[in-house]
Write a protein that binds this ligand. Sequence first.
Ligand code: FEO
Length: 401
Amino acid sequence: MYCIKRVKEDLLWVGANDRRLAMFEGVYSVPRGVSYNAYLLLDEKTVLFDTVDKAVEDRFFENVTEGLNGRTLDYLIIQHMEPDHTAAIPRLADKYPDMKLICNAKTATFLKQFFDFDADARTQIVKEGDTLCTGRHTLQFIMAPMVHWPEVMVTYDSTNQTLFSADAFGAFGALNGAIFADEVDFGRDYMDEARRYYTNIVGKYGAQVQSLFSKLSALDIQAICPLHGFVWRKNLSDILSKHQLWSSYTPEEFGVMIAYASVYGNTENAAEILSARLRDKGIKTVMFDVSVTPASEIIAAAFRWSHLVFASTTYNTGIFVTMEALLNELTNHNIQNRTVALIENGSWAATSGKLMREQFEKCKNITFAGDTLSVKSGLKAEQLAEIDALVDAIRASMPSA
Ligand code: FEO
């Protein structure tokens, strides 16, 4: 049975939710599910914005059929070719033989790479600034390369000031009946998932998101319809301001994220003592065991906090496996503009501190706070002064110190 939500008088949400998916893109756990959003504009012409993942294709077709209410589908606008938004295209093309595909040249190439049907015969190529009049509505196409793939474009409906934003401004988490961000307590219940979605999926491409922001600054945007998560029609600055921070790699808050990798608890103990003494000085801290916390959560936290502490034992003459994997992912996501402090452990020949430092030296605008604290097997009482020195160095690098 169909499940449609009305976004505006002539705009319907015809997407679907998946609460069974274990790993989004095969990498990111989504314990609260994910929505695949598609929107149907019922103008003089009918226009569908994107499709959905194959896991929810049947519900999507029920929604589109009901939404069209006997009309045919004139246009499919393909804003992003990633299969979680395009899996239903071949079946849609079959069902609506006169449907035109509106996309850019790069998308047209990808269409033929992914699918075997004759896409060229029905494709209408658009480029930056082109418009499509569908009757009452005029749609303007804005290229947004690498937000998140190179072919991505967004669409601005100048008739009702609505931005169809593709992967931008989305969030993990299924929609549980509500469609608008203002129907829920987004800041309390969903912002963490929006941060985890942005930083992990698009985080590497901050410069490209900034460039999209420049293009959007000329537009009067009253609503945002992303491909995942809630539609924004009120308080747009709540989500836009966060994306400004994330995409410019600006910390949201002053405080310390401590991520540790510990085999027998001794490295954890050093991290815990540091956290306790930072708290004694009134500095906020959060802690993660990198062996049990999904990397996507730690990456999101690294984008949130101003100071990052990494504590790792030495393992096979290198950084402990889970920490090494985390640091590779974090640096691949272009983390920058942070203050970093390091703790290493090694019963003999400790190397993890030096290697972690080298990893961060490759990143832009990283400042190291204090010296690397080196633990030999377990922290000793005489090293508490070194912990305090690290606390002082971190504190000195906070603006309120
Ligand atoms: Fe949800 Fe980049 O696709």
